[in-house]
Design a protein around this ligand. Sequence first.
Ligand code: ATP
Ligand code: MG
Length: 406
Amino acid sequence: MGADAGDCIYAGNRSNINTDNYTSTDTREVNGLAEPIIEFSGVEKHYSGADQRHKALDGINLEVYPGEIFGVIGLSGAGKSTLVRCINGLEPVSAGTVRVKGEEVQALSRSGLLALRRHVGMIFQSFNLMPSRTVEDNVGLALVNSKLSQAARKARVRELLTLVELTGKEESYPADLSGGQQQRVAIARALADNPEILLSDESTSALDPLTTKSILRLLRRLNATLGITIIVITHQMAVVKEICDRVVVLENGRIIEQGDVYSIFADPQQQLTREFVESTSNLGKSADLEEAGVAFVEGARKTLVRLKYTTQVVSEALVSEASRRFGVDLNILFADVALIKGAPLGGIVVLIDADAVTKDQVLDYFRGKDVSVEVLASGAERPDATQSHAIQSVDCALQDYRRDEQ
Ligand SMILES: Nc1ncnc2c1ncn2[C@@H]1O[C@H](COP(=O)(O)OP(=O)(O)OP(=O)(O)O)[C@@H](O)[C@H]1O
Ligand SMILES: [Mg+2]
């Protein structure tokens, strides 16, 4: 959270949400200083002309606090863009209220709405730059209604371009820039009026992974240095993992789960959330491989287990210690460790080759070290010849798989 300054503290890390009786306030406790900068209460949205039984938003309650980077994730059609467009009044809500800085958006006059939109910048997947204007002019357009003199406006544009690391590109045209550079122009334009809130609707979806990282780093820096609150709309959990403080998961217009990012990644409750989380980790890949016909445990005394962090770091040293102590083969198939907000999260998938009694001792040993143990698959006793064949086929398949990955 850019606001390490954060005025808010979280009581419990996450809520286990029953979608029928969800209220946002059960997830956090505020120390009394911070008011939400954005607040949805019982928001519903159905589009006129569309099937009225279909709600694009259905009973949305959420609060975003100043200085947060707040993620909204969901599949296509979940209602993410609708939700974000209700924040700046681009979409009127059908029921409930949206408040920004305490003001009810729906109740604002036209001039009130224009003033609100000056507090709220927005960036999109498609950059929306004017192709016939230079970089400088594209950013400057956001200041045409400002009271700044021509010279002050020019200086402000230069300052913004420095902020997004585009110095030297003032006279370039959008077509001469990479996708990442075009998104930086769009970010500079969105920041022109010193907004307190930045809405980012799939702003990295059209970018390659490295460029995505650089744009996310830029957003994080803007959050940390300017204290700007950022709403990140995405269908990519990797984006949430990279920059968000908290996240809500939307499905069919409803919030099905929310929490701080570490807790959501460490212990997702809903099936959709689990799938999103697994999409960012290779610890679920054993299932993909098994689906593809790689039999990890077939014909052997094999047990495939996933070891995950709770409080203890799962390290190779712990695995070798278990291997030595119990005299068993422990083969690490996958490892995945990420730092989320500076805390390690992840684990390893291990193939254990041991008889039932020793295997239980090994698993108890890990549990005793505060490691979460999940048995993914377990094999029956088979003759040795079959075992060695099974081991070889797993090794070959893994080598192929890792080669494909590189
Ligand atoms: N202008 C509109 N008129 C009628 N229905 C709409 C309109 N805009 C969105 N919808 C419907 O509302 C639902 C939510 O759409 P929305 O664009 O908010 O989803 P999304 O989560 O942003 O999807 P995506 O990831 O594809 O951008 C969808 O069923 C969509 O068809
Ligand atoms: Mg959308």
